[in-house]
Design a protein around this ligand. Structure first.
Ligand code: SF4
Length: 316
């Protein structure tokens, strides 16, 4: 691990300013992804800004009838919150499908959104990887690509986003609240938070330098049957081959977001108009233009069948 300097921030604005002031600075909260990356020298921050002391660990009702989830709320606490379990079951189920109990106890809401891909070549510093070392190439293209993206990828990167929670947040139309180094705040719809890889896969979000996520806001509950189904190689502690987060209303309308298929949570609102016609019609639009590799083309059929089973479950 490379040497780094460290400070504890006392306010969100101070944390953002500290991260912007020092080049190659990173925020640290739960550290469940960052510390591993630092030990492997994939992430080599010169300075860590510890945000654990900030009072961002509350879940509060909003005036609009939704919930404001502090950036430091631990995944375990968020999944167990009675309001989340009652009104946002999709979120609770997605959280419990991720990682392990020990990791969920440490991992935070903002950290979960910002975790890095689990592409094995990203973690192997002997391999070329445009995300880790821009311009070096992509070992996954032409390599072992069973876990990789089937849509929204580029010639530079075919990695997937690993978060289960982000899939639920996308289906629930969450908004991310941030503070910038100058103290300005903004709200970013989660649909606009993530970037596709394009020619610059090293940039994964539209956050600016030093910008700190302070909360994630859920709009008022939309009801419906909320299901999260994660298909993976083993029953626990594995990343999704395909995951599907769905909200199905009594009349058959609803929302669908996919995980394990793209560089970001994958949702195409226009495809949801097809929900009353069934899974095949939805996935035909949702995955239109997909470019799978030979090794992961099975994900297209898997997504359709998973959604089909979920729609049947929702109908009872
Ligand atoms: Fe790196 Fe992306 Fe290629 Fe994986 S898929 S090796 S993360 S550039």
């Amino acid at each position: 691990m490379r040497a780094f300097t460290y400070e504890r921030a006392h306010s969100p604005r101070e944390a953002a300013a500290a991260a912007a002031r020092t080049s190659e600075a990173k925020f640290i909260a739960g550290g469940t992804n960052l510390l591993d990356l630092m030990k492997l020298e994939i992430e080599t921050p010169a300075h860590l800004v510890d945000v654990n002391g900030l009072s961002l660990d509350k879940i509060e009702a909003t005036q609009e009838g939704g919930l404001r989830i502090g950036a430091l709320v631990r995944n375990t606490d968020l999944a167990a919150d009675a309001r989340v379990r009652r009104d946002y079951g999709l979120l609770s189920r997605a959280l419990l499908a991720g990682a392990s109990g020990q990791l969920r106890n440490k991992a935070t809401t903002a950290g979960n959104l910002l975790q890095r891909t689990r592409c094995p070549y990203f973690y192997d510093t002997n391999q070329p990887c445009n995300k880790r070392e821009p311009g070096s190439g992509c070992a996954a293209i032409g390599g072992f690509s069973r876990q990789h993206a089937v849509i929204g990828s580029s010639d530079a990167c075919i990695a997937t986003h690993p978060s289960d929670m982000a899939i639920a947040m996308r289906a629930l139309d969450a908004t991310v609240e941030t503070v910038k180094p100058d103290g300005a705040t903004r709200s970013i719809p989660i649909a606009d938070l993530y970037r596709l890889p394009g020619d610059t896969p090293q940039f994964e979000t539209n956050l600016s330098t030093g910008e700190l996520i302070t909360a994630v806001v859920l709009p008022k509950p939309v009801g419906g049957k909320q299901i999260y189904r994660k298909v993976r190689d083993r029953a626990s502690y594995a990343f999704a081959l395909v995951s599907v987060g769905a909200i199905v209303q009594r009349d058959g309308t609803g929302r669908v977001a996919l995980g394990g298929v793209a560089h970001k949570p994958w949702r195409v609102e226009a495809a949801e108009a097809e929900m009353p016609r069934g899974a095949r019609a939805v996935t035909a639009k949702l995955l239109a233009g997909a470019k799978p590799t030979q090794q992961n083309s099975f994900k297209l059929a898997l997504a359709e069948r998973t959604l089909d089973a979920m729609l049947a479950e929702a109908k009872g």
